[in-house]
Structure formats: C-alpha cells, structure tokens
Design a protein around this ligand. Sequence first.
Ligand code: SF4
Length: 313
Amino acid sequence: MKAFRHLYGPVPSRRLGRSLGIDLVLHKICTYDCIYCQIGKTTDKTLVRKEYVPVKEILKEVRRFLKEETSSIDHLSLSGSGEPTLHSQIRSVIEGIKTITSIPVAVITNGSLLYEEKVRQDLLHADIVLPSLDAISSEVFMRINRPRPGFSVEKVIEGVVEFRKVYKGQIWLEILFCKGVNDSQEELMRMKKAVDRIQPDRIHLNTVVRPPSERWAAPLNPKEIEKIRDFFGEKAEIISEFDRHPPSMLERDIKEEIFKILRRRPLSLSDLSKGMGISQNELDQYIKPLAQEGKIQTRIYGGSIYYEISKES
Ligand code: SF4
C-alpha cells in the first residue's frame, strides 16, 4: 500500500478523540516558536501564506484514506508540522473535504493570523476551530510564544474576537501553562478579561505533558491547574488523556506508520497503542527493533517514557 505524505495517524488526541491529522505545511513552518512546542524548534518563522502543499494532493490522499480505512475517525484535523493557516488555500482544503465526507473538520491553530480578514473567512466552514492563547501581556507573549518580529499580542486577541463575531461553529480556546512563565495572578486576571471578550464555547487548560522544545519549560502540577480551572469557571476543563480503544489498524505498514507519527511528536507506548489501534505488546515488537537499529530513541519526561525519532535518522 502506498504511503500517505500529508496524512498522519489516526492519532490519539486529548480533545478530538481518534483524529486523522492533515499536515498543511512542511516541518517546521510557523509564525511562533513556542517554548513548549512538542514538534521542535521552528526552522522557518514566517508570515508568508502560500500553497505549501498542493490542495489536489491533500484531497486525493483524504479520499484514498477514507476508502481504505475501515475503522472510525472522529475528526479530520488540520494541524501538523506547523501553523496550518499559513496555507493560503486552507479554505479550498476545508471545502474540498466537505464534498468527500461528513466527518467534522477541526482546525488546530495558534490563532496568530486571525487578525487578517481573509484568514477569518477561510475558516468559516470548519466545524471546530481550536485557537490557542497563552499570554496577554506583551512580555509574557514574547517569552512563551516567541513570535515572528512585528507581531503584537493585542492584534492577535483582536483577531480572535473578530472571528468569534462571524464564525458560527465551535471555538475551543486552549491555554497552555508553563510554570513561572504565564501563570502569575496578574496574567490570569488579564486572560480572564480576554476570554470574556472572545466568548469561546469551551476553554481547554493544558500544561506541558510531552517533551517540550525547551527543556526548561516546566509543567504545572495537578493542584495548580485545578485551581486555574476553578478560576475560569464552568466552561473551563483540563484536557484529559485519550482513553478509547479503537479497532485494529489492518493492512498499513506499521513500522512506517510509527516512524511517521513520531516524526511529528514524541509519544508514549500507550499513546501510540491507542492511536494506532494495536496492543502495546504487539507494538513493542516493532518498537524494539527500531530502537536497536538506532532509528528511534527514548526520552524520559515527567516520569514517563516517550519515543522519538533519533537525531541520526
Ligand atoms: S506549538 Fe504550535 S504555534 Fe507553537 S511553535 Fe509549535 S506549531 Fe507553532
């Protein structure tokens, strides 16, 4: 079976269930370089919107995947190796998917380009938009998101507020907390005010749970994040771990799939197992040889073992 170049997974998503990822930009093109990024440092920090990947190719792969895949998918998620709204034809991708399937389309974005009217229009047909907003004050924004020079956080917030006014779908706002960076009482008060203006349908609170781009980006402990959830009120929830057991993946090349998933982000054996629908024991038979060949390596983070692509691969 021919491999997919622009699709990955389905992967276990803490918010979207069993989610088929669609990669709209190449690794790693983004408007930010977040300290907690789980896919590594940004190599191309840009504001240039273009057709990084041909729309025709993406839609062809989605069509083929859905024809070959026999198990259920909860969402098709536009995200991947960077910021998906940098793809200038994201609207055509969303509209094209809608002609192929009724599976809901989610866009996981850092929200940085929503200040552009064109970007807001491009996302109108998505079912869920999941923007992130980790800082309100300029100083914290620069420290945690490390945006491309010229960005102002005020502009980013205005963009999300404007988007809310025209968008009829669900907005799930994610705030990721790094200890000692964006969790001060003053910053939380500012965030609450911004959230009140944005009026998201849900507020997802997160912390560093996977190996971050910067080793010093530290997580909040459960009590600290629970306190923040109470502060934000009833719409707020702490993102819980994926806990479903999807049916088995059938014919795909398992080794290649492991490699492809880990190229995007480090995962634990349990995460890989849930996402691929393969038992941990079975998966271990593929993981061990890959580690012995030096293609993947382990990294211990927060007391858990994660697998990642080794630097030599
Ligand atoms: S976390 Fe998202 S927004 Fe931040 S650098 Fe990584 S890809 Fe970009």
